[in-house]
Design a protein around this ligand. Structure first.
Ligand code: R5P
Length: 271
């Protein structure tokens, strides 16, 4: 089997190939003048590596998988996973449709920190790898407190903090009265401390921005954001730096300037 890199994950695919000892396969991805995607794969078997951070990413991945007789799909960032139910009547459950299509084209699907267990439940044969230990290890020699911006990421921050060997907490919403909600760290005093906000995804940056403002108001010395998937939509990075974020530390599931931690070994070990 060879590694087939999709345009969304060229560097990560190369790193996976180097670590696993698999060759890079022969494939061409380009666009027709009208913007439509052209995909050609000159292999019969392959591990197609491509994050889904846009609808085009999904089409490129499916087109490549479809050419192969025997294929595995490595989808480091599984987009559309936040639409894991019909929140309103008539909504398409996007991740369910993605799961059905991916599993009809690949014998196995491998991803990293899919957004929710509900999203994972639509797959019959999904390997969901956890990059939180890697995020934790990145901060292992630093004197920090790790904080989840909400209760939903509590289990994630626990894993990261265990690997960093540091304290952890989560932001708790408390209703003071009918119109006032107070958001504070559940129990740790952040005054004078270097804080790392840990989340699975930073998309618009709204969640981290709000948490950052609160942490600074409580006296935090610095606030850094760490996440697996740096979607960073709509100038989110600028928004976060304007809020006083010291740095953004992300993995390479979405390749960008903030990809300081590689999930290549994690993935290579699983294929
Ligand atoms: C929420 O459930 C997730 O864990 C993230 O907190 C959320 O997706 C971040 O989105 P945004 O950056 O748009 O606030």
């Amino acid at each position: 089997m060879k590694i087939i890199p999709c345009p969304s994950s060229p560097l990560l695919a190369r790193r996976i190939a180097e670590i696993s000892g698999l060759e890079i396969g022969n494939a061409v991805f380009r666009r027709f003048p009208d913007g439509e995607l052209y995909v050609r794969v000159m292999e019969r078997e392959g591990v197609v590596v491509g994050s889904i951070n846009s609808s085009d990413d999904f089409i490129a991945l499916i087109f490549a998988l479809n050419v192969l007789d025997k294929a595995k799909a490595v989808v480091p960032y599984m987009g559309y996973a936040r639409q894991d139910k019909a929140f309103q009547e008539g909504e398409a459950v996007s991740i369910k449709i993605l799961a059905e299509i991916l599993e009809s084209k690949a014998e196995e699907v491998i991803t990293v920190n899919i957004h929710s267990m509900d999203a994972a439940s639509y797959f019959k044969n999904l390997k969901n790898l956890d990059a939180m230990p890697l995020i934790g290890k990145y901060f292992a020699d630093k004197d920090v407190i790790m904080i989840s911006p909400d209760k939903g990421s509590l289990e994630r921050v626990k894993v990261a903090a265990k690997n960093a060997g540091c304290e952890w907490d989560y932001m708790e919403k408390r209703r003071i009265d009918a119109t006032t909600v107070e958001i504070t760290p559940k129990s740790i005093d952040v005054d004078g401390r270097d804080v790392v906000i840990v989340d699975d995804i930073i998309s618009t940056g709204g969640t981290v921005e709000e948490a950052t403002k609160i942490l600074y108001s409580l006296g935090a010395r610095s606030v850094t954001a760490a996440c697996v998937h740096a979607v960073l939509a709509d100038n989110a990075a600028i928004r976060l730096f304007n809020a006083g974020i010291k740095d953004i530390i992300a993995t390479d599931t979405i390749e960008c300037a903030f990809s300081r931690i590689s999930v290549a070994e994690l993935i290579a070990d699983s294929i």
